[in-house]
Ligand binder design. Sequence first.
Ligand SMILES: Cc1cc2nc3c(=O)[nH]c(=O)nc-3n(C[C@H](O)[C@H](O)[C@H](O)COP(=O)(O)OP(=O)(O)OC[C@H]3O[C@@H](n4cnc5c(N)ncnc54)[C@H](O)[C@@H]3O)c2cc1C
Length: 404
Amino acid sequence: MINLETPTKLDTLTYQANMAALHVLRPISRKYDRAEHTYPVELDGLAELVAQANAQQAGMSASDTPELPESDAGAGGTINGRNLASLIGLIEMCWGDVGLMLTMPRQGLGQAAIRAVATPEQLERFGGKWAAMAITEPEAGSDSAAIRTTAVLDGEDYVLNGEKIFVTSGDRAELIVVWATLDRSAGRGAIKSFVVERDNPGLKLDRLEHKLGIRASDTANFVLENCRVPKANLLGSPEITTAREGFAGVMQTFDNTRPMVAGMAVGVARAALERTRELLEEAGVPVDYDRPLVVQGAAVAEFIQLEADWEASRLLTLKAAWMADNRMPNTVAASIAKAKAGRVATDVTLRCVALCGTLGYGEDELLEKWARDAKILDIFEGTQQIQQLVIARQLLGKQSKELV
Ligand SMILES: Cc1cc2nc3c(=O)[nH]c(=O)nc-3n(C[C@H](O)[C@H](O)[C@H](O)COP(=O)(O)OP(=O)(O)OC[C@H]3O[C@@H](n4cnc5c(N)ncnc54)[C@H](O)[C@@H]3O)c2cc1C
């Protein structure tokens, strides 16, 4: 039987994350939307509390790197593990503010990249640190196989050269997971990820971007100039394998990160829906689920349609994370969740702006900000079109060169 409730063991986490979002993130939301590139110092204390809560939730110390026991994986398909717990917390925090959540110390998507391919020794060294992820280059966005940054072995180090753009938390994180190729002529199988310390002198900050939304989050562009990293910082195996095997390792990152980005979309869309409902009620247009829509008017009918779409995106997102917890292949589910939630969040937040009229468009409310913040969730970690392409390839059994 399908159980549509979230696990009760996550109730405390949900409550705590919601309180943090309400009392820490929301009050400073507008301040850091305006003060782009200023670090939100208020987040330091909160990040510490979140780390402790996460560790408690997982029943371990803050520095541990949690791992689901192999023997439990998939047993009866009933495990709700780290992915689901992270997702539930993330949804609440993004209900508070997506940009601030993205710049919370230790919350970087780079950790998902590390967990996807790291050895136990690497997990020990890098687990728990604030890690950003640098895939995108001027000539490689949606087509991440086109990466030009090179990594050449020189003694005990790899030497990285290239350019990385639009790195979320790139300036503030402790680590940056950089994707680079060991041999451009070997194609996808030679692309590997490398952990680079943020203070590595070969990693040069070029500039910080000015953006439409998520302005509290820093977005950095880097040049890698003879950037030396220890050999042991190559995540996973250094072997150049066939395109499918080799690239599959790094692509696994997305199976972990896409449900999380979908969760961000679910969070911000819920914020917009809840505020819109309150404003409709204040305007004398209450939403009543028990009365026929035809007597409640067009605004309520539209609102309920948006809510239904949002609920579908939420359930798909929970499913993708739950599958990851249960070690089920979730590539299709992760892309479905990301495509649906990304589209729903941009649609819902913009339509909420319209439903609330001048209130929706003005800066007295956060609705216009949420509409700006939501747009990126349909772009990074793979755009709407790329998710659809991934889904189509998987369902039709086509390789990337067969369906472009
Ligand atoms: C605020 C922000 C933060 C970011 N953070 C990070 C980060 O932390 N790390 C990182 O590595 N990157 C990051 N990115 C980069 C982001 O992942 C890319 O912008 C995204 O993957 C799209 O790449 P692109 O911008 O080069 O667009 P392109 O790949 O040039 O795509 C342009 C348009 O063409 C469409 N398109 C491309 N190929 C196809 C196709 N085959 N079929 C149909 N349509 C297609 C796309 O959907 C898109 O609409 C960030 C970007 C932004 C704006």
